[in-house]
Design a protein around this ligand. Structure first.
Ligand code: ZN
Length: 280
């Protein structure tokens, strides 16, 4: 049975140790570790890594994933100098993901337009397509050696960039071994740019190896990261689609904001209750 997991993103008001404690206390069997401040800004190595993993296990977690730093740290950086800058950091997180026994490293394929100096340049889509492949060509051997998998996530950006949906990402990941490159569906990102989460889950199919379950408004979705069932997504249909494709990896909740002003502690507990009503 899939582990029920919670992203530390929802507890960005505290340090990583306190966030992990709150997630374990709420009864989650899995966790996603956010690879940026205030959580894992620098992956531990050597003895610190061994202790880090031991503490995850001592909290009772059965499995974990790692979210690579987002912002400018994307394999599809459209300029070669930018891409060269971020590859060493992504390599470091790939190695960490493997060393800590994570089920996958979540990576945003292309940048948010706010980080692109000429965000509407017509050559950007082609440059991003090429950059993502160049980066994966470099990172996949590293992932193979580390024994981990890169999970590419669909994104909520309102622009003409490529690789924002499962539909577009699926042919890309087919160019690489399934053990090293797969997909993670973010339900709220999907609907924010008008893609039905159910269609996206089906498009990802057997390459889907991760989830970011979060709710948004039906009418004016805006990547809200509400507790699933607090917004307008059809959760019965989403759960059914995940079962239909034979999905067995973590059901990771990426709740980060309260629709009704809930505190981070209330969010983690109420999210766990939703999973319980789903029979998980
Ligand atoms: Zn996400």
């Amino acid at each position: 049975m899939s582990d029920i997991s919670y992203s530390t993103l929802g507890l960005s008001d505290r340090d990583l140790a306190s966030a992990l404690d709150a997630i374990a206390d709420a009864g989650f069997s899995g966790v996603e570790i956010l690879g940026q401040a205030p959580h894992l800004e620098e992956p531990p190595e050597g003895q610190a890594l061994v202790e880090f993993q031991r503490r995850l296990e001592s909290r009772g977690f059965q499995s974990w994933t790692v979210h690579a730093p987002a912002k400018r740290n994307v394999p599809g950086a459209p300029d070669e100098s930018w891409r060269q800058q971020i590859i060493p950091l992504l390599r470091q997180y790939v190695r960490f993901s493997g060393a800590v026994g994570s089920r996958g490293l979540v990576v945003h394929p292309v940048p948010n337009p706010i980080f692109v100096s000429d965000p509407h340049d017509s050559s950007l889509p082609e440059r991003m397509q090429q950059a993502v492949r160049r980066s994966l060509d470099e990172l996949v051997p590293e992932a193979s050696a580390a024994g981990t998998r890169i999970l590419l996530e669909n994104l909520p950006y309102d622009c003409e960039y490529p690789l924002l949906s499962m539909r577009e990402l699926r042919p890309l990941v087919e160019e690489y071994p399934p053990e090293q490159v797969a997909l993670v569906i973010d339900t709220g990102h999907a609907w924010t740019i008008g893609n039905e989460p159910v269609d996206e889950i089906r498009a990802a199919g057997d390459r889907l190896r991760g989830t970011h379950l979060q709710d948004v408004d039906r009418d004016a979705p805006n990547d809200n990261h509400w507790i699933p069932t607090h917004g307008g997504l059809d959760w019965d249909a989403i759960r059914k689609a995940l079962v239909e494709i034979g999905y067995t990896d973590n059901w990771t909740f990426e709740t980060a904001q309260g629709r009704h002003g809930e505190s981070p502690d209330q969010l983690v507990k109420q999210t766990r209750q939703v999973a319980t009503t789903w029979g998980r």
